[in-house]
Design a protein around this ligand. Structure first.
Ligand code: RIB
Length: 293
């Protein structure tokens, strides 16, 4: 069993489903409203645990009822939460999601996730030192991402950086990460001035650009490769990227080669979209293996 440390956000997703996405200044009537656990960090932690890894989450919640529910959900999914702390007088992170026209749009209010500072992460060093791979995303402060990238480089532990939501990264952080997994929009923010082909070629076997239904693209040092995704009828694509990242981290930390790891990650992500909610459809290891065989 591999050991994965996820440093990132844990939030509550407030999800409205609607036939129509309102334009600016417009009011529309929605169909339903649900509150489900989310946050890119927590999603990746839960997905990795369901895929069979031992997972430590490093994050912060608010001292509100969402915070208690987020923590209980992590524990119910066998994620180790010794380093998930409630922050006094602070609200939990929330994601305000509209599901319409078969896709989502999301506004994230970071709340307690802003307290995942370099100093906070430093206190969790024992969990980081034990990890086979560390995962991080960008719903926490920028200097924490930079700090963790340096720390992982010093420890010699591979860092899987999922640069979502999009924001520019320093050259050093890009160099320090072992794997970077932007979608097409995030890649265009990270590698301004480079075409997709040039960026992939510059970072062989390190940069994986996800293209939704199309699959994931990378360069193997000789040529560009597209690993196709598995066609499914999606119910809710929220959390598919998180499941992909977790699948990739689990497979790589178990010593899998890159193409097999990407196929495993694609398979896990394709199963995750079959149910409502970021974590609702995240598959267990056996389901992915069954689907792959
Ligand atoms: O990646 C999906 C997640 O992004 C949602 O669960 C929501 O919390 C947002 O942060």
């Amino acid at each position: 069993m591999s050991n994965i440390c996820v440093i990132g956000s844990s939030s509550m997703d407030l999800v409205v489903t609607s036939q129509k996405r309102p334009k600016a200044g417009e009011t529309v009537l929605g169909d339903s409203f649900k509150t489900v656990p989310g946050g890119k960090g927590a999603n990746q932690a839960v997905a990795a645990a369901r895929l069979g890894a031992e997972v430590h989450m490093i994050g912060c919640v608010g001292d509100d009822h969402y915070g208690k529910a987020i923590l209980a959900n992590l524990k119910a999914n066998d994620v180790l939460t010794d380093y998930v702390e409630p922050v006094t007088d602070t609200e939990s992170g929330t994601a305000h999601i509209v599901l319409a026209d078969g896709d989502n749009s999301i506004i994230v209010v970071k709340g307690a996730n802003d307290h995942v500072t370099p100093e906070y992460v430093e206190r969790a060093l024992p969990a980081i030192e034990r990890a086979d791979i560390v995962m991080i995303q960008q719903e926490i402060p920028e200097d924490t991402v930079d700090y963790v990238s340096r720390l992982c480089k010093t420890l010699g532990t591979p860092l899987l950086l999922n640069p979502a939501p999009a924001r520019p990264l320093s050259k050093a952080t890009i160099e320090n990460a072992a794997y970077i997994t932007p979608n097409e929009h995030e890649a265009s923010v990270l590698f301004q001035g480079l075409s997709r082909e040039e960026a992939l070629q510059r970072f062989p076997e390190k940069l994986f650009i996800t293209e939704g239904k199309n699959g994931v693209r990378f360069h193997n040092g000789t040529e560009e490769r597209l690993i196709p995704s598995f066609p499914v009828k999606a119910v809710d694509t929220t959390g598919a990227g998180d499941t992909f990242n977790a699948g990739l981290a689990v497979a790589l930390s178990e010593g899998g080669d890159i193409e097999s790891a990407l196929r495993f990650a694609n398979r896990a992500a394709s199963l995750s979209v079959l149910k409502f909610g970021a974590q609702g459809g995240m598959p267990k290891r056996a389901e992915v293996e069954r689907a792959l065989s």
